[in-house]
Design a protein around this ligand. Structure first.
Ligand code: GLN
Length: 306
């Protein structure tokens, strides 16, 4: 059966748009994000073969926040292979993304690469391997074939209010689990979170995850190996939406990575990547309407890994 993806996305956007901003709340702990109007909804997808479909605010750039963790993990796996797992676990945390509690019990080794502590540890590893913020932007631009920038205001806003992230980084440093200076590591981390991209750009950029690691743009080689791509999808399913990961597996059944900017990237392995955006969040820090939209998408297309 061939699915008319454009019609599916338009139907979902027509259902969701009137609800945008009615439920959930825009992240307010980062002042620059609190100013984003809640009443946005957009979604876009790109198939393995490169067919694209989009609806609603699919071309409006937003702060990708924790979706960036997907790309820094990919870079770190590429650079370090299995050595990466010496300092970072691969288990769901069952705790909020910025929780400090587990880190003390587990002597500064974050549960997984998608909670804040894990992503900060990855930023440290990348810096240790000479990776720069400019190279990260270059990767993102190359993946979606369009110039991508940081939102300097969001990065500065996070740096001035990131008390919990400073606490997490200092905590890891105290356990000897960060090699670089805390300020340098967090500067990298805050900037990766402050990348601005649209749903369509993210659906394109994540395309290697439905192509066994091959670059989303034909003829540009591989972004990562098939083995790594499979593992990143596994981590997205088990850890990509924080303490809601079990619920997401239950009701959506796709590997997903969310961010507090209201974006969620989802992968249908071997078939397509999808990105949905609506800024108002549920209690776990995942987009309220984004989750609902992904549920509708999985139900109406029958696409799920289960
Ligand atoms: N920049 C945000 C933070 O560090 C990212 C969190 C998220 O998107 N879940 O708190």
């Amino acid at each position: 059966m061939t699915i008319d993806f454009q019609a599916v996305l338009e139907r979902i956007a027509a259902e969701m748009t009137p609800l945008a901003g009615r439920s959930g709340t825009v992240a307010s702990y980062i002042p620059a994000l609190a100013r984003v109007p809640a009443a946005h909804f957009g979604l876009a997808l790109r198939t393995r073969e490169g067919l694209e479909a989009s609806a609603g605010d699919a071309n409006v750039p937003f702060s990708i926040q924790s979706i960036s963790k997907l790309f820094t993990l990919t870079l770190a796996m590429r650079r370090m292979g299995d050595d990466l797992w010496e300092r970072i676990g691969r288990e769901p945390s069952g705790n909020p993304f910025n929780s400090l509690v587990q880190l003390e019990y587990e002597q500064g080794k974050p549960r997984n690469p998608f909670i804040n502590a894990g992503a900060i540890a990855i930023a440290d590893r990348l810096l240790g391997h000479g990776e720069t913020k400019a190279e990260l932007l270059q990767l993102m631009s190359d993946l979606c074939d369009e110039p991508i920038e940081f939102d300097a205001e969001v990065a500065a806003s996070e740096a001035s209010t990131g008390y919990r992230n400073f606490a997490l980084a200092n905590f890891m440093k105290s356990f000897g689990k960060l090699d670089n200076d805390v300020d340098d590591v967090l500067d990298f981390y805050f900037h990766q979170c402050a990348i601005r991209m649209s749903c369509l750009q993210l659906a394109r950029a994540a395309g290697f995850l439905c192509r066994d690691g091959a670059h989303p743009q034909d003829g540009r080689g591989e972004v990562t190996s098939e083995r790594h791509a499979r593992r990143i999808n596994a981590l997205m399913l088990t850890c990509g939406t924080y303490d809601a990961a079990g619920d997401v597996a239950f009701s959506i059944g796709l590997p997903c990575k969310s961010g507090v900017g209201g974006g969620i990237v989802a992968v249908v392995p071997d078939q397509l990547t999808l990105c949905v955006w609506s800024p108002a969040l549920d209690a776990s820090g995942n987009s309220y309407l984004g989750m609902l939209a992904l549920e509708r998408f999985a139900a109406s297309t029958g696409l799920s890994i289960f």
